[in-house]
Ligand binder design. Structure first.
Ligand code: BTN
Length: 344
């Protein structure tokens, strides 16, 4: 069955295949098995999603948008050619939301299937970890949340979050060629500046996870001038770091594929294969760190992460502390971990 949504996607594919040329209303009607009036309606729906389409009575319809960074950002573009097994099977796109995590949690509570993804062009109250704000202006970045329903217990949530961080790092590396580092638990840095963060929220009982909402913010095309003053020296964007404007839908597809493959590996093989890759992106092993936790501050030598995703810190007495949540600061010059606030 071709749904109305996929009819718009099919119409777009048809218009794109004409490469700026015209496609007649009758060809479109035949290909999509819809009436001329319905063609007109679908053209209107595409225009509402940001496509510029010229209509001429005798020639039909021609798409004026070009592919590339200026292409519209919406669920059709994100879904085009996306062949993931789980993540992104259903994509909800909004121009503006309070927070994609809030919307995804509502959808999850209403029974939305695993792999459902929520993307917004902008957020009014983008949420960061530890009650911070995530600066979320329109037209620039990626704000995405996905619903997961892993058949596992709540104790596995921290390591799963770490593994999703590997997926973000891989997508960034594949897309830009730049090698990011991961700051425990889940900040993605390029040259010591924060470019992406993950906020995981869970609904669970003692034994099983009802759902996890994993929210990911990636600074894609944000410029220094778009960044709040206090974040300017500590955050960056892929465009700033690579010198190239990022096509948001193309990056989102790369990210969804990477998340899909890491999540599938976690479910079938467990965390270890991905944890080994996480360690390769991790910059702080063998370095002096300080972690601020709810119960106090721990300082010492970072000796890695354990199989559950907790940070291992050897203190001056030689005792290895297992830290499962907190804010990590690397006490080395040149590393800006201690300054992070917001998209940081
Ligand atoms: C952090 O503090 O590093 C986590 C930031 C997570 C931000 C993302 S943007 C998409 C999703 N929706 C939110 O409100 N927050 C997350």
């Amino acid at each position: 069955m071709i749904t109305s949504e996929s009819k718009e996607a099919a119409l777009l594919t048809l218009l794109k295949s004409a490469r700026g040329g015209f496609v007649s209303g009758s060809v479109i009607g035949d290909e999509l098995s819809i009436s001329r009036a319905a063609v007109w309606k679908r053209i209107g729906a595409l225009k509402e999603q940001g496509y510029r389409i010229r209509a001429e009575r005798s020639r039909g319809y021609s798409l004026l948008n070009e592919d590339g960074p200026a292409a519209p950002f919406n669920e059709i573009e994100i879904g085009a050619g996306l062949d993931t097994d789980i993540i992104g099977r259903k994509i909800h796109f909004y121009n503006k939301l309070n927070s994609t995590n809030i919307t995804a949690r509502k959808l999850a509570a209403d029974g939305a299937p695993e792999g459902t993804v929520v993307v917004a062009d902008s957020q009014d109250i983008g949420k960061g970890r530890l009650g911070r704000e995530w600066h979320s202006p329109p037209g620039k970045n990626l704000y995405l949340s996905m619903i997961l329903r892993p058949r596992t217990g709540p104790a596995d949530a921290p390591v799963l979050t770490l593994i999703l961080g590997v997926a973000v790092a891989e997508a960034v590396e594949e897309f830009t060629g730049l090698r990011p580092t991961l700051k425990w638990p889940n900040d993605l840095l390029i040259k010591g500046r924060k470019v992406a963060g993950i906020l995981t929220e869970m609904s669970a009982d003692m034994e099983s996870i009802e759902h996890i909402v994993c929210g990911i913010g990636v600074n894609l095309n944000m410029k220094i001038a778009d960044t709040p003053e206090e974040l300017r020296s500590i955050s960056t964007s892929l465009a700033e770091a690579s010198g190239e404007t990022v096509e948001r839908a193309a990056f989102t597809r790369t990210l969804l594929k990477s998340l899909d493959s890491r999540y599938s590996s976690f479910m079938s093989e467990g965390p270890e294969p991905s944890l080994a890759d996480w360690r390769r992106y991790f910059a702080a092993e063998g370095k002096e760190v300080t972690i601020k936790t709810l119960s106090g501050t721990i300082s010492g030598l970072c000796v890695g992460v354990d199989a559950k995703g907790a940070l291992l810190v050897r203190d001056l007495s030689g005792r290895v502390n297992t830290v499962s949540s907190g804010d990590m600061v690397l006490s080395e010059p040149g590393y800006r971990g201690d300054e992070y606030r917001g998209n940081r």
